[in-house]
Design a protein around this ligand. Structure first.
Ligand code: THU
Length: 132
């Protein structure tokens, strides 16, 4: 593991600081380590036309694909509020992650507390839809 989980989480936390979340006030950052050991980050980007907003995971995945990455080795998602659970990926993002994940992909979820949780894509999206 060339990049430590702590460093991946720190990158997602920094990406979160760039979130454009003026409508929900809910900021999220994501950081991916791809199959070549490279890091890609994203944040949520909202829009006055609400459905056009995009999730942090979508931004990080788009950045990975644009750089030629085709597999997520590890993904950290940092977000959440005190009164609700940490930001586990939304349903749509579970499907987005699934497209580039396998059984070894680790999905880390962290809020503002000091600990984090780790999931596999099978845990987050059982009985998934796929075409291959
Ligand atoms: N959001 C993410 O960025 N990732 C998720 O997995 C869940 C939700 C964003 C979308 C929206 O900008 C804000 O969080 C509140 O839903």
């Amino acid at each position: 593991m060339a990049i430590a989980n702590e460093d991946l989480i720190n990158a997602a936390t920094e990406a979160r600081e760039q979130a454009y979340s003026k409508y929900s006030g809910y900021s999220v950052g994501a950081a991916i380590i791809d199959d070549q050991g490279r890091m890609h980050v994203g944040c949520n980007v909202e829009n006055a036309a609400y459905p056009l907003g995009s999730c942090a995971e979508a931004g990080a995945i788009a950045a990975m694909v644009q750089e030629g990455g085709r597999r997520i080795d590890r993904l950290a998602v940092v977000g959440g509020r005190d009164d609700i659970a940490p930001c586990t990926p939304c349903g749509g993002c579970r499907q987005r992650i699934h497209e580039f994940a396998d059984e070894n992909t680790v999905i880390i979820v962290k809020d503002d507390s000091n600990d984090w949780q780790e999931y596999s894509i099978e845990e987050l999206l059982p009985a998934s839809f796929h075409l291959d």
